[in-house]
Design a protein around this ligand. Sequence first.
Ligand SMILES: O=C(O)CCC(=O)C(=O)O
Ligand SMILES: [Fe+2]
Length: 273
Amino acid sequence: MSSVTVNSPAYADVVDLDSYPIHDLDSDRGRELVGRCRQMLTDEGVCHLPGFITPSAVAVMVELATGLSDKAWKSDQTHTIYFEPAAADVPAGHPRARTVRSAKHGIAYDHIPSDAPLRRLYESDDLTEFIRRVLDKPVLYRSADPLDALQMTTFEPGDELGWHFDRSEFSVTVMYQQADKGGEFVYAPGLRSDEDPNYGGVQRVLEGDTAGLKVLPSAPGTLAFFHGHNALHWVTPIEGTTPRINSVLTYGEVPDMRLNDLTSELFYGRTSS
Ligand SMILES: O=C(O)CCC(=O)C(=O)O
Ligand SMILES: [Fe+2]
C-alpha cells in the first residue's frame, strides 16, 4: 500500500486555511482568494480579511504581548502628517504646518519567541508570496530589520496615532485585541494622489470634517492590507482599560530593508547594529 505524505505548513494552526488557502495559491480557490483581495484593494484602498488568524493563535499573541509589556518601548512624539519638518512658509492651519501626536508601545521582533504563531507565519515564504501576489509586485522580501520586521504594538489607554500619510506605499497588519472604546482605524480613501496633494481637502479633514471618512473593520484575527500613502488615516485615542494590540508585518522590494538608526531609536529605544 502506498502512502501519501501531506506536509502540513509550519503555520497550519495559525491561519484558517479553509477560508484562506495561502498554502495552495495555484489552486482555483487560491487564485480566487488573490483575485478577491486585489479587487478589494483597487476598489477601497484596503483589503481586510476577518478570521484570517485562528482564535487560538490570537489568544497566544495577546498573552505574549501582555507578558512582554515591560519590554515595550514607549514612544510619544509630535510630527506633521507628512513626517516632514513643519513648514514655516505657509498660512496657519495649512496641512504642512500642523502637528499631531502619536503615542504607542513597541515590542521589537527580537523579543518575540521564534515559535510564536505570528513569527511562524511571517517567516513562511507562503505568506510572503500571498502578499506579493495581492500587491502585484514582481518581487517582495521580508524586512531584514532585526527589530522592526515583525513587531507587536500595544496602544495603552491615552495612546493614539495622529493623522498621517504613510511614507511607505502599503502596510500589512494583524489585529489581536481591540480597545473597549476608541482605538479605531479611521481613514480617508484616496484623499490625495501622486499628482494632487489636495491641501484643501486634507485641511478640512484635519479641522474635523468627517464626510468621506471610513472605519476599517478590525475584529481580532483580521489581516489587513492598506494603501496608506494617499489615504490620510489615524488611530483614535484609546479609552477604557483594555489595550489595543496589533502587529505590523514589514516588507520591501529590496532584500536588505532596515530602519535608519534615528527611527530605530525612536520606536524601540535602541539600534540593531
Ligand atoms: O495600527 C494600525 O492599525 C495602523 C498603523 C499605522 O497606521 C502605521 O503604522 O503607519
Ligand atoms: Fe499609517
